[in-house]
Each structure stands twice: as structure tokens, then as C-alpha cells.
Design a protein around this ligand. Structure first.
Ligand code: B4P
Length: 196
């Protein structure tokens, strides 16, 4: 079983690259952002609270995302592995993820960190905002999402270091296909050095 986590700041290409990598390795792609947007679209009890948080660039509470994600995973059939996109986004989510995967006796996912500088991220998200219709793709919210990333999501890297969990960093700038090639090269090298 191969499990991957695509990690990086907003707009770093987590969603874009996760889809391509899911095809390449035959993995199940799960985006927590998409799960939340589906929840909002369903108009469930939680929709209003979720949308209120997303639209100002804040993270939804850990217990909510953990519940949503593991319910989704439980409903899946047998898979070759998972690619998680946008999760974990806090230290606590990382701890719970490792705990849960250990309980299931699944390999701890390889964290793949995409490295892209902030000015490029801002341009990409402003560009996406022209067509996405997403409530969080405008400048003020994007800047707020960068702050949330530094304060709440970067500690995930610290958790992976402390727990000696597998991690690689990949340059995320360049044409989409070039970034995919960099990712495949890094992941293949990890696979060749590990018994999965
Ligand atoms: P996400 O949906 O995960 O949004 P994102 O970080 O903006 O997306 P991503 O990095 O995937 O960017 P993409 O590939 O699309 O989260 C949205 C919100 O949901 C969060 O702010 C939070 O409120 C909530 N949430 C989600 N998960 C959560 C969790 N675990 N806990 C709590 N809250 C959570 O790329 C962006 C753009 O760049 C696209 O237009 C793409 O075409 C373009 N692009 C990609 N690669 C490119 C390249 N190489 N060159 C040029 N453009 C490129």
C-alpha cells in the first residue's frame, strides 16, 4: 500500500498534482477542501458554519474534519493506497492521522511538501478566483490563508520531523507537467528505498 500526503501553502498545486499522481499510481484521491465544499453544497446542518469559516480563510475545527475524513475513508473499497490533499493542516490532525493509520496497520503516508514562493501563490489564486467562484479566492482572504498556513499548518512539518515520519520536499514551480515529473522522481526514489 502506498499512502501520500500532498502538503503546501494555499495554491501550491496540492489539488492539481494530487489528481495527476492519483492517476499515475492508481491511488484514491481525497481532498478535504472538496469534502468540505460538498458538505456546504448539500446544505447540511453544518453547511453554514463551514462556509463561514472557509470564506474568511480559517480552518474548520479539527474534530469536524477528522470525523468527515475517516467516515469517507471507511466507505471506500479496497484500494492500492490513498493520496490525501490538504490534510493534515494542524499539528493535532497530524497526530490523529498517524495514530489512526497505526491502528489500521497502514503505512504512515509519505509527506510530500510542495515549495512555492508566496508572490507566485498569490498570482495563481487570484487567477483561479476569476473563474472558480470560490468565496476564499480573493486577495484579502488569500493573505489570511497564508497567515493561517504559517501559524497552524507549518507545525505539521515539525510533527513529521519529531516522529521520524517520512517526508520529502519538491520544487513546485514550473509547468504543471514538470512539477509532476519532479514529484514522481522523488516518490519513486522513496519507494525504491523503502519496503512497503
Ligand atoms: P483547499 O481546497 O485545500 O484549497 P487550496 O489550499 O487553495 O488548494 P491547492 O493548494 O490544492 O491549490 P490548487 O492545486 O487548486 O482548502 C480550502 C479551504 O478548506 C481551507 O482554506 C480551509 O478553510 C478548508 N480546509 C481544507 N482542508 C482542511 C483541513 N484539513 N482542516 C481544516 N480546514 C480545512 O492550485 C491553485 C491554482 O494554481 C489552480 O488554479 C491551478 O491551476 C494553479 N496551478 C497549480 N499548479 C500550477 C503550476 N505549476 N503553475 C501555474 N499554476 C498552477
Amino acid at each position: 500500500m502506498l499512502n501520500l500526503l500532498l502538503f503546501g501553502p494555499p495554491g501550491s498545486g496540492k489539488g492539481t498534482q494530487s489528481e495527476l499522481l492519483a492517476d499515475h499510481y492508481g491511488l484514491e484521491h481525497i481532498s478535504t477542501g472538496d469534502l468540505l465544499r460538498e458538505e456546504v453544497a448539500k446544505g447540511t446542518e453544518l453547511s453554514h458554519d463551514i462556509e463561514a469559516l472557509i470564506s474568511v480563510g480559517k480552518l474548520v475545527p479539527d474534530h469536524l474534519i477528522l470525523d468527515l475524513l475517516f467516515k469517507h475513508i471507511n466507505q471506500m473499497g479496497n484500494k492500492k493506497g490513498l493520496i490525501l490533499d490538504g490534510f493534515p493542516r494542524t499539528y493535532r490532525q497530524a497526530e490523529e492521522l498517524v495514530k489512526e493509520f497505526n491502528t489500521r496497520q497502514w503505512p504512515i503516508p509519505l509527506l510530500v511538501a510542495l515549495d512555492v514562493e508566496e508572490e507566485e501563490l498569490l498570482q495563481r489564486l487570484l487567477e483561479r478566483g476569476k473563474i472558480s467562484g470560490r468565496s476564499d479566492d480573493h486577495e484579502e482572504t488569500i493573505r489570511g490563508r497564508f497567515k493561517v498556513y504559517h501559524e497552524q499548518s507549518e507545525p505539521v512539518i515539525q510533527y513529521f520531523k519529531e516522529s521520524h515520519s517520512p517526508m520529502i520536499e519538491i520544487e513546485g514551480v514550473g509547468a504543471i507537467e514538470e512539477v509532476t515529473e519532479n514529484l514522481v522522481r522523488g516518490i519513486d526514489q522513496f519507494i525504491s528505498e523503502t519496503t512497503i
